[in-house]
Design a protein around this ligand. Structure first.
Ligand code: NDP
Length: 294
C-alpha cells in the first residue's frame, strides 16, 4: 500500500515556519509582509478562495490588502489599481483572482503586475525564465511549487527520474513540467490529444495529474512504487452528502494506492499546500525587498 502524503500536515508545518519568519522580519525591519488580493465581481467560488487566502494571511501575521471591485469595473480601472499596488511599499505581493469577467483581458492585467510582486508566478517573464536553462524566475506558480514541495518533504528525489505530467495548462501542467525539468527529471507531458496515455504514464517514477478528469488514472496505469501527486479537484454527484456532491481527484485513489509508493489524497493533498505556497511566495518577496532596501 502506498504512503499517503498528508498535505494538510505538511502545509501546517510550513505555515508555522512562515509565521516564525514573519516575526523575525518584523523584529528586524519593523515591517511585515503584505499581500494584496484583488477580486472582481461576486463569483461564489472566487469569493470563497479569496476569503481563504485573506484569512490565511491574517493567521500568519501577513498584512492583507483587500481590493474588491464590482463586476462592471473597466479594464483601465483594474490596471490603475494594479499600478497603485505596484507603487505601495507595504505591498510585497499582488494576486488578481481569476477568472476575470469576460470584458477584461486577463493577460493584459497580469502583465501589469510588477515582476517583484508577482506572487502567483503567472507573469509571462517569470514563466519565460522558468522555461529557460540557467535562469531563475522571481516566483514559482503556487500549485506546481506545492507539488514539488510535497515530493521533497516526503523524501522523494527527482533528479534522473522519469516524470509524467498529465495536463498542460498555464497554471498547473505546463509550469509543473518545467519545474520538474529544472529539477533534472526526464519529463513527458500527456494532454487531451496524447494517444495511449496509459503506456506513457506506466513508465513514470513520478506522476503529476492535472487534467480535471475525475478518477481518470487507474491502478493498472501506474508503475509499482511510483509517486503520484493528484492535483485534480473534481466535484461528482453524491446523494449521500448534504451538499449533493463530493470532491475526487484525477486519480482513482482506491486502485492507485494499492500500486503506488506514495499518493496524495483529494481533498487534503495538494489543495491545502497551494495557498501555503502563496504565503511562502509573499514572504520571499518581502524578504527580498526588505533586504535590498536595508
Ligand atoms: P485546465 O482545464 O485548464 O487544463 C486541463 C489540462 O488537462 C489540459 O491541458 C487538457 O489538455 C488536459 N486534459 C484534459 N482531459 C484530458 C485527458 N482525458 N487526458 C489527458 N489530458 C487531458 O485545468 P487546470 O490545469 O486549471 O486544472 C486541472 C485540475 O486541477 C482541475 O481539476 C482543477 O480543479 C485542479 N486544480 C487544483 C488546484 C489545487 O490547488 N489543488 C489548483 C488548480 C487546479 P489540452 O491542453 O489538450 O486541452
Amino acid at each position: 500500500m502506498a504512503t499517503v502524503i498528508d498535505g494538510k500536515a505538511v502545509a501546517q508545518t510550513i505555515r508555522s515556519e512562515i509565521a516564525d519568519e514573519v516575526r523575525r522580519l518584523s523584529e528586524k525591519y519593523g515591517k511585515v509582509p503584505g499581500l494584496a488580493v484583488v477580486i472582481v465581481g461576486n463569483r461564489k467560488d472566487s469569493q470563497s478562495y479569496v476569503a481563504m487566502k485573506r484569512k490565511a494571511c491574517c493567521d500568519l501575521g501577513i498584512k492583507s490588502f483587500d481590493i474588491d471591485l464590482t463586476e462592471q469595473v473597466s479594464q483601465v480601472d483594474i490596471i490603475k489599481q494594479v499600478h497603485e499596488l505596484n507603487a505601495n511599499p507595504d505591498v510585497h505581493g499582488i494576486l488578481v483572482q481569476l477568472p476575470l469577467p469576460k470584458h477584461i483581458n486577463e493577460e493584459q492585467v497580469l502583465t501589469e503586475i510588477s515582476l517583484e510582486k508577482d506572487v502567483d508566478g503567472f507573469h509571462p517573464l517569470n514563466i519565460g525564465k522558468l522555461a529557460m536553462k540557467g535562469r531563475e524566475p522571481l516566483f514559482l506558480p503556487c500549485t506546481p511549487k506545492a507539488c514539488l514541495e510535497l515530493l521533497s518533504r516526503s523524501g522523494i528525489s527527482i533528479k534522473g527520474k522519469k516524470a509524467v505530467v498529465v495536463g498542460r495548462s498555464n497554471i498547473v501542467g505546463l509550469p509543473a513540467s518545467l519545474l520538474l525539468l529544472k529539477a533534472d527529471a526526464t519529463v513527458t507531458i500527456v494532454h487531451s490529444h496524447t494517444s495511449d496515455p496509459e503506456s506513457i504514464i506506466r513508465q513514470a517514477d513520478i506522476v503529476i495529474a492535472a487534467a480535471g478528469q475525475p478518477k481518470m488514472i487507474k491502478g493498472s496505469w501506474i508503475k509499482p512504487g511510483a509517486a503520484v501527486i493528484d492535483v485534480g479537484t473534481n466535484a461528482i454527484d453524491d446523494p449521500s452528502k448534504k451538499s449533493g456532491y463530493r470532491l475526487v481527484g484525477d486519480v482513482d485513489f482506491e486502485e492507485v494506492s494499492k500500486v503506488a509508493g506514495w499518493i496524495t489524497p483529494v481533498p487534503g493533498g495538494v489543495g491545502p499546500m497551494t495557498v501555503t505556497m502563496l504565503l511562502k511566495n509573499t514572504l520571499e518577496g518581502a524578504k527580498r525587498t526588505l533586504e535590498q532596501n536595508s
